[in-house]
Design a protein around this ligand. Structure first.
Ligand SMILES: NC(=O)c1ccc[n+]([C@@H]2O[C@H](COP(=O)([O-])OP(=O)(O)OC[C@H]3O[C@@H](n4cnc5c(N)ncnc54)[C@H](OP(=O)(O)O)[C@@H]3O)[C@@H](O)[C@H]2O)c1
Length: 260
């Protein structure tokens, strides 16, 4: 496979945002793409755009939390297109500002990724190649106020992907964890102004360019990467202080958690 132009791709969360932008970044004559998401009408729109660019597409309306559905989708993709050169486990859910155990966040952001990848592993191992890109987030580095569930789900992904990379190495399949900062998408539509925010198109182009080198990690934008990495290195209380200082909010006692 030419890592610059994989011939077959499988992308979850392809109906909007970063997933849609990734589909369009790779769509080209001769490329086969499997697209997964729940909103079929949006998926069809993205599929049409990819076909216009010359790609062959297979649309799969499905929920990544549905393990048997995802197994069926993978079987269908393998029957039609053979083992994918590149899998993007991108589908994700934001929000989760409460701390009342947002199970759906973990179901989509963590188990949804497993449901996406695992059905393809036998075929990838037989083929002896392939690339898996797991879309996590810079939020994986440090629990932030108001998004404990989201940060936890993405931190789980980071550790899972690092482990998977080691296990798949002997089979020639590489695993890249992608940790973006803020991207302007549906997920962040209602956010307050976001520092160093990128468009989905810019993020997808950057991911595509850096994936050529099959790195263990892709992270952007640089100022956010430096900030979160330094924050993660600090003693936890110093980090807490810096975060409280940088986010002057209403007194925390007014923002009780766990209350109905
Ligand atoms: N936006 C950011 O600032 C940012 C930053 C770091 C990381 N990320 C990550 O980037 C990824 C893409 O998010 P985005 O920003 O592009 O947001 P988005 O526009 O809301 O896209 C999320 C995608 O995931 C799909 N999805 C959600 N739940 C699903 C489910 N249960 N089954 C199947 N598909 C599902 C959605 O499609 P349907 O609703 O049609 O199913 C949609 O296509 C996520 O993993 C997110 O955590 C985003």
């Amino acid at each position: 496979m030419n890592p610059d132009s994989p011939l077959s791709l499988f992308i979850t969360g392809a109906s909007s945002g970063l997933g849609e932008a990734l589909v369009l970044a790779y769509a080209a004559p001769g490329v086969r793409i499997g697209l997964v998401a729940r909103r079929g009408h949006l998926l069809k729109d993205v599929g049409r755009q990819a076909e216009k660019a010359g790609a062959r597409v297979a649309l799969y309306e499905g929920d990544v939390t549905d393990k048997s559905k995802m197994e069926g989708i993978a079987r269908d993709f393998l029957d039609h297109f053979s083992a994918p050169d590149l899998i993007f486990a991108n589908a994700g859910q934001g929000g989760g500002s409460g701390y009342a155990i947002e199970r759906s966040l973990m179901e989509v952001n963590h188990f949804g990724v497993q449901n996406t990848i695992l059905p393809f592993l036998p075929a990838l191992q037989e083929k002896g190649s392939g690339q898996i890109a797991v879309i996590s987030s810079l939020a994986a580095y440090r629990g932030l106020p108001g998004s404990g569930d989201y940060c936890a789900s993405k931190a789980a992904l980071k550790a899972y992907s690092d482990s998977l990379r080691l296990v798949l190495f002997p089979f020639g399949t590489t695993v890249t964890i992608v940790n973006p900062g803020y991207i302007r998408t549906e997920m962040t539509r209602d956010n307050p102004p976001m520092p160093f925010c990128w468009s989905a198109g810019k993020a997808a182009a950057t991911i595509r360019r850096r994936l050529r080198h099959r790195p263990a990690r892709i992270e952007f934008p640089f100022p956010m990467v430096i900030s979160v990495r330094l924050l993660a290195l600090l003693p936890p209380r110093w980090g807490d202080y810096l975060i409280r200082w940088s986010r002057p909010r209403k007194a925390s006692k007014d923002r009780r958690i766990g209350a109905k």
